[in-house]
Write a protein that binds this ligand. Structure first.
Ligand code: PEP
Ligand code: MG
Length: 595
């Protein structure tokens, strides 16, 4: 029998994907979705097709979400499964070719209303009709069916409007934030001092939200199956961001244990601090450069103190999130210059905007991404492809970067490159902007900054030798490289087991990239989440990597791993991993090496 929590409630332990280590003890708070401020809208005939298209995309998105939830129910206790599974089945059925969906399409096409208006009107009508319909002895069943229709309506509207949760600020201090799904733009709004922990039902370790949460540093577990069904507002919970668990209604013994673990964790963090002044080198004195990734500006002081020798990846997407207008050149310049000055002479690698894929915009950027609502945005217009189609966007950012480079060593990095033509096109744009700024006598560095590329598509890795002829440096982005190599979505929790950067196929591409960079004598770093995995350090060193870039909070932990590694044994480990039968065999190899 399970131990009883406070007031006799049963303790329940849920499991998800560990994202940010640390123990959070607190009361559950839900982030209410902002009220969907949708005004009913009539549309003109030419807008019927685009509105239908948007509706179909939202429906497709909803159909994708539900089986994902369903697939993860297996981890729940039987009773909870029995309760939730039929509900999800009913929702999946209703999102198919149901009367509800047909009526919404007809409303758009014949009543000439927007997709959102049609969803509101039709779901309200049908839910009402069910409530008022003939009774067959079970009033509860009709009410439940009506609620299901309203739920479907809410899901469709959420996917149609893509509104972020903007109401975090008023939530109670020290609580554990529970949401179904957190998007990168939502995560960017979280104040790290506010929450003891963050738990979501959807999400996976390498999606962009996870990257954001690591930057924020609040203990977090994503992808907890059955989370929303298991917790209520104000329920006491213990979140363990290292074990990836959430205990609901913890017993007094579990609470004591959590408080003990929290103290152990805090002591561990303090002891890491002593490494700050020690060299980052292996046991046999091979220097390994450790740089930091920067997600959000508030990390700057922490990154500057992290023991990192520069910023290996400053993502610029945050500047474009939750904005009403695109940031102009001066606004961008001020932000980049701040980072350059804070790093006090250490290099700052700033990546051009990587919009698209799982990094979606709600504000002005949304119009720039024509495939925002398509079912497969990761394969659409993203990163450099988008920038090359929006010259003003690209050139505004380049101008801001060139100006910031006058204040310290800046490197400019291009995302989502596949081939040399893209690098050359960006370089031409950069030189055009340089000449314009020079003519206007704007303060610039002595020469244009190094222009390098992310290696995050299999095409780029395969073209690495060609790219290395023109690129000033490489940064390997294993988050995307893994997704595109293994054909597994990095943001889909249901496929987490298939997504593994330690798969030999990904390792081969990493190895090829490092070899091409060395051959051409250009620097190469790895800035995906793999760089912060302690167990992978000897393997990556064995593949020839000498420069890692990771979220600031991981730098000292990785330094400790580097200092415990003998590089002379790493090459054999890497060779064995490249020849391994699959990711599981690579895990066994690195576990064996660590033992
Ligand atoms: C990557 O893909 O590994 C990477 C660092 O870029 P992002 O996570 O921002 O896509
Ligand atoms: Mg990437």
């Amino acid at each position: 029998m399970k131990p009883a929590g406070p007031r006799g409630r049963r303790q329940t332990r849920l499991a998800g994907t560990p994202i940010v280590p640390g123990i959070g003890i607190g009361a559950v708070t839900f982030a209410d979705e902002p009220a969907l401020a949708i005004t009913r809208q009539k549309i003109a005939a030419p807008y019927i097709a685009p509105e239908l298209h948007q509706f179909e995309a939202a429906a497709a998105q909803s159909r994708k979400q539900l089986p994902r939830l369903n697939a993860r129910l297996a981890g729940l206790p039987d009773a909870a499964q029995a309760e939730i599974a039929p509900l999800l089945d009913a929702h999946i059925h209703m999102l198919g070719n149901s009367r509800l969906m047909r009526a919404i399409r007809t409303a758009i096409a014949e009543r000439l209303v927007s997709a959102a208006t049609a969803v509101i009107d039709i779901t309200e009508d049908q839910a009402q009709a069910v409530r008022n319909g003939p009774r067959h002895g079970d009033d509860g069943a009709a009410a439940r069916q009506a609620d299901e229709i309203s739920d479907i309506g809410r899901r469709l509207l959420r996917n149609l409007t893509r509104l972020p949760f903007r109401s975090f600020a008023d939530l109670p201090q020290g609580s554990v934030l529970v949401v179904e799904r957190l998007r990168p733009a939502d995560a960017a709004l979280i104040n790290p001092a506010q929450f003891a922990g963050i738990a979501t039902e959807e999400g996976s370790a390498e999606d962009h939200t996870a990257v954001m949460l690591r930057a924020i540093g609040v203990p977090a577990v994503l992808g907890i199956a059955g989370l929303l069904a298991a917790v209520r507002q104000d329920a006491m919970v213990v979140l363990d961001g290292e074990a990836g668990t959430l205990i609901v209604h913890p017993s007094p013994a579990s609470l004591d244990e959590a408080a003990r673990l929290r103290a152990v964790f805090a002591r561990g963090q303090r002891s890491l601090g002593r490494l700050r002044r020690l060299a980052s080198e292996t046991l046999d004195h091979v220097p390994i450069e450790l740089q930091a990734n920067l997600e959000l500006p508030f990390e700057l002081p922490m990154v500057a103190q992290s023991g990192a020798t520069g910023i290996g990846l400053m993502r610029s997407e945050f500047l474009f999130m939750n904005q009403d207008i695109l940031p102009d050149e001066d606004r961008q310049f001020a932000t980049y210059r701040e980072a350059v000055l804070a790093m006090d002479g250490d290099p700052v690698t700033i990546r051009l905007l990587d919009w698209g894929g799982d990094k979606q915009s709600d504000g002005p950027g949304a119009e720039l991404i024509p495939n925002t609502h398509e079912t497969n945005p990761a394969l659409g217009l993203r990163g450099v492809r988008l920038l090359l189609q929006h010259k003003t966007l690209l050139e505004t950012q380049l101008a801001a970067l060139l100006r910031a480079a006058a204040f310290g060593p800046v490197r400019i990095m291009i995302p989502m490159v596949c081939c040399l033509t893209e690098l050359i096109a960006v370089r031409q744009a950069m030189l055009r902007v340089w000449r314009r700024l020079e003519a206007a006598q704007i303060r610039l560095p002595a020469e244009p900054p190094p222009l390098g590329v992310m290696i995050e598509t299999p095409a780029a890795a395969l073209n690495a030798a060609t790219l290395a002829r023109e690129a000033a440096f490489f940064a390997i982005g294993t988050n995307d490289l893994t997704m595109y190599t293994l054909a597994v979505d990095r943001a889909v929790a249901g496929t987490v087991a298939l997504y593994d950067p330690l798969d030999p196929a990904v390792l081969k591409l990493i190895g090829m990239t490092i070899a091409a960079a060395r051959q051409a004598d250009i620097p190469v770093s790895l800035c995906g989440e793999l760089a912060s995995r302690t167990g992978a350090v000897p393997l990556l060193i064995g593949l020839g990597l000498r420069q890692f870039s990771m979220h600031g909070g991981a730098v000292l932990r990785i330094k400790r791993a580097v200092r415990a590694t003998d590089s002379r044994t790493c090459a054999d480990l890497a060779a064995a991993a490249l020849a391994a039968t699959g990711a599981a065999a690579v895990h066994a190899l690195i576990d064996g090496a660590a033992a």
